[in-house]
Design a protein around this ligand. Structure first.
Ligand code: PHE
Length: 379
């Protein structure tokens, strides 16, 4: 009897060792992809949305058998919406985790700060959403799955002139944000080229809460539209203060408005404002409707542009690794660069020679307290 107990103990210990050993091996065989996002801090709704999209795509990829016979695993890092934290966590992903590829960052200024690191290590970085033109100019390992601000700003100016019949524009931009500066200048360029006049340009710095001085000055110039290329916290307050100052001009923004926080902060003042972004869950295509319904099932909410961009980006990356047949940096880079007509929920993605995507801008209008589809502008 004693012998039996000892034998079975030995047996179980051996089986245990074998099992954990195997477990470890499979884990090592997973393909690990780094993801860097603003999950907390000033711009956390952006990071949270991308994370939801990326994780939904991950589930689908692994359910369909993973990539190159392996499971895909994400190492998601929070940069607290800060440039220096982002540089620290990207360095960790590059040197300690040695990931073959990084998805992120969301914000242009932060992406611009980490892109040189990835370029130096020859690890592809692919941002779902940083639209500043300079991001991909960092080097040949830096990609994006969204349009750039030259297009976004120009399309918004065209929309202001053609659809809203604007002639006189005021601009209120965030001088601490590369995104805001670039988008303001692209807007102004096309607005003037199309015969409009920029009657007053004012500035603020991210974190400001009182915009009355700038808005009062803009109001005195009598614009029919005010372009506000900022992020949601300041934008929410700007919209509210503009209406409190009885400014009647149309208010227009870019993708930085795409957060539920704008409506929470601005309340009823946001009614009738417009902004451009990358996606609308109301789009009729079966692919979009399928995505929206699976997303709703998982998270009990509708996907916004960033969720959709995150979803597309992970799928596109997995498809590039599959085609490369390896996770080796240069080969994956080459396949990313070759991406053509990838059928994403944010539209067809073709990576051009500058490693950018050309996609339509979707204009949403706030109506009855909700962003509603207005029109799309093709590149
Ligand atoms: N385009 C913004 C930037 O470059 C980020 C963003 C994209 C925000 C999409 C919201 C939605 O900083």
């Amino acid at each position: 009897m004693k012998k039996l107990i000892i034998y079975s103990l030995v047996f179980f210990v051996i089986v245990g060792i074998l099992l954990t050993g195997c477990g470890k091996k499979t884990e090592e065989r997973n393909i690990k992809i780094g993801v860097i996002l603003p999950l907390t801090g000033q711009l956390s709704t952006f990071g949270q949305s991308v994370r939801k999209g990326v994780e939904l795509a991950l589930e689908e990829v692994n359910r369909e058998g993973g990539v190159l016979g392996k499971k895909v695993e994400l190492i998601i890092e929070d940069d607290e919406s800060k440039t220096d934290t982002a540089q620290t966590v990207v360095t960790k992903l590059l040197t300690k985790d040695r990931v073959p590829l990084i998805i992120g960052e969301v914000i242009s200024s932060i992406t611009l700060a980490v892109a040189p690191l990835c370029q130096r290590y020859k690890v592809p970085l692919i941002t779902p959403s940083a639209t500043n033109a300079d991001v991909t100019r960092t080097g040949d390992y830096i990609f994006r799955t969204c349009f750039i601000d030259d297009f976004q700003g120009s399309a918004l100016a065209r929309f202001a002139i053609e659809s809203l019949k604007a002639k006189r524009a005021g601009i209120l931009k965030d001088v601490k944000s590369d995104y805001s500066i670039g988008l303001a200048s692209a807007f102004a360029k096309t607005f003037k080229e199309m015969g409009g006049e920029v009657v007053n340009e004012q500035a603020y710095a991210a974190g400001d809460t009182d915009f009355r001085t700038q808005l009062t000055s803009i109001k005195a110039s009598n614009p029919d539209i005010i372009f506000i290329p900022g992020y949601y916290n300041e934008v929410g307050l700007i919209i509210r203060q503009a209406r409190e100052l009885s400014i009647k001009a149309n208010l227009l923004g870019g993708d930085g408005w795409d957060s539920p926080r704008v409506l929470e902060i601005a309340g009823a003042s946001a009614e009738g404002t417009y902004y451009g972004t990358h996606f609308s869950p109301l789009e009729k295509s079966p692919q979009v409707q399928e995505f929206v319904s699976v997303f709703k099932q998982k998270y009990n909410e509708e996907p916004d542009a960033l969720a959709a961009l995150g979803y597309d980006t992970l799928k596109l990356v997995c498809s590039a690794i599959k085609r490369a047949g390896t996770t080796e940096g240069q080969k994956v880079r080459d396949e990313l660069a070759q991406t053509k007509n990838f059928a994403g929920v944010t539209g067809e993605i073709t990576i051009d020679e500058n490693r950018n995507a050309r996609k339509p801008l979707v204009i949403l209008k706030i109506e009855k307290g909700k962003p509603t589809y207005f029109i799309s502008i093709k590149p």
